[in-house]
Design a protein around this ligand. Structure first.
Ligand code: CU
Ligand code: CU
Length: 316
C-alpha cells in the first residue's frame, strides 16, 4: 500500500488518527483501549540455563507469557486463540479484571478464538493464568504471566529508575503427573521460567543478572504463580524501601525485610542501594531459594542502561 499511497491520502489518514486520539482524550480523560491478543501454544520451551527443553503449555510460545501493560481506566480488549495444533482446551483468567467467570474465563477448544473486555479500574501488578481443568497442571506447565496496571496519577508512587518483573513458579519433573502437583512434589523453582535464571553464582550457565546503579530506585514486581508454594521475598544485604501489596499505591509499607506473596498473588517491591555490590533477591523459604528462587541484583556505576527498561523489564 505504501508504494501507491498519495501524499494527500497519507495526510488525510494521519489527520483522522490525530482527531481520533484527541476525541479519545477529551471523551474519557485519556483512557485508552488496549488490544491484547495471545495464542495458546503447546510447544517445547527451555527449562534451564543450559537450554534443555520440555513440552510446555504456553501463552504465545513462551514461559512466562507476554507482559501486558496498561493504565488505570483503560479498557482492555483481550483475544485468546487456541492453536488448532493443540491437544487441550485452554483459557485465560486475568486477576486485573472484574467480569463474568463463565463467559470471559471459560475454556476454549483447539482451533477456537474468544474475546472479552474489561476496564482496568485498579492499579497494580496482577497475575494471569490459564484456568482450564485441571488448573494446577495448566499453571505448572507454564500458562502464566503478569499484567501491570500503572496508576493514572503519575505521581501516585515515587518514580522508578528501573523495573523488573519476576514470576516465581514451581517446576515438576513430570508435567503429566497431576498427583505430584497435588502432593507438592516439586524439585525446582523458576524465576521467569528457569531456575537461577539471573543467578550465575548458583548456576554457572546463567548469563545475566538484574542491574542498576547505586542510588537508583529499582522496582521489582514479584508475581507468585505457585501453584501451591508461598514466597517470602527478601533482598539479602538490602531492605525493601517500599512494598505495595497487589502493587496498589494506597497499600504502601515501609522498611520491610520480607513480605510474603501467596500463590496467585503479586506485590511491588522498591529497593535502593547506597553502595555498589550485589543483593540476592530470594524466597527466604530456603528450600525454594536453593531450588532456584534466587536472583542477583547487581548495583554498579556502569550498569547496562538497557536493563530494567523496555523489553528488559522481563529479561529473557
Ligand atoms: Cu491451559
Ligand atoms: Cu487465579
Amino acid at each position: 500500500m505504501s508504494g501507491k499511497e498519495t501524499s494527500r491520502n497519507r495526510l488525510a489518514r494521519n489527520l483522522g488518527a490525530t482527531l481520533l486520539a484527541i476525541g479519545t482524550c477529551i471523551g474519557s480523560a485519556h483512557a485508552a483501549t488496549v488490544h491484547v491478543s495471545m495464542t495458546a501454544r503447546e510447544v517445547e520451551v527451555p527449562i534451564d540455563n543450559e537450554g534443555n527443553k520440555k513440552l510446555a503449555w504456553t501463552f504465545d510460545g513462551h514461559v512466562p507469557g507476554p507482559l501486558v501493560r496498561a493504565t488505570e481506566g483503560d479498557t482492555i480488549v483481550f483475544t485468546l486463540k487456541n492453536d488448532p495444533a493443540n491437544k487441550n482446551s485452554h483459557s485465560v483468567d486475568f486477576h486485573a479484571a472484574r467480569t463474568d467467570v463463565l463467559s470471559s474465563f471459560g475454556p476454549i477448544k483447539p482451533g477456537e478464538t474468544k474475546n472479552f473486555s474489561f476496564t482496568a479500574d485498579h492499579p497494580g501488578i496482577f497475575f494471569y493464568h490459564c484456568g482450564s481443568d485441571p488448573m494446577i497442571q495448566h499453571i505448572a506447565r507454564g500458562m502464566y504471566g503478569a499484567i501491570i496496571i500503572d496508576p493514572k496519577d503519575p505521581n501516585a508512587m515515587p518514580k522508578a529508575d528501573r523495573e523488573y518483573v519476576l514470576i516465581e513458579a514451581e517446576m515438576f519433573d513430570n508435567p503429566e503427573d497431576v498427583q505430584a502437583m497435588m502432593a507438592g512434589n516439586w524439585h525446582r523453582i523458576a524465576h521467569n521460567g528457569i531456575p537461577f535464571r539471573y543467578d550465575p553464582v548458583h548456576d554457572v550457565h546463567a548469563t545475566q543478572t538484574l542491574e542498576a546503579k547505586p542510588g537508583e530506585r529499582v522496582r521489582i514486581y514479584l508475581v507468585n504463580a505457585g501453584p501451591n508454594n508461598f514466597s517470602g521475598f527478601h533482598p539479602i544485604a538490602g531492605i525493601w524501601d517500599k512494598v505495595y501489596p497487589s502493587g496498589n499505591p494506597q497499600n504502601a509499607l515501609s522498611g520491610m525485610q520480607n513480605y510474603t506473596v501467596a500463590p496467585g498473588d503479586a506485590a511491588t517491591f522498591d529497593i535502593i542501594s547506597p553502595v555498589e555490590g550485589a543483593n540476592a533477591l530470594v524466597n527466604h523459604s530456603l528450600r525454594s531459594a536453593l531450588s532456584g528462587a534466587i536472583a542477583i541484583l547487581m548495583f554498579s556505576k556502569t550498569a547496562d542502561p538497557t536493563m530494567g527498561r523496555g523489553d528488559k523489564i522481563l529479561p529473557r
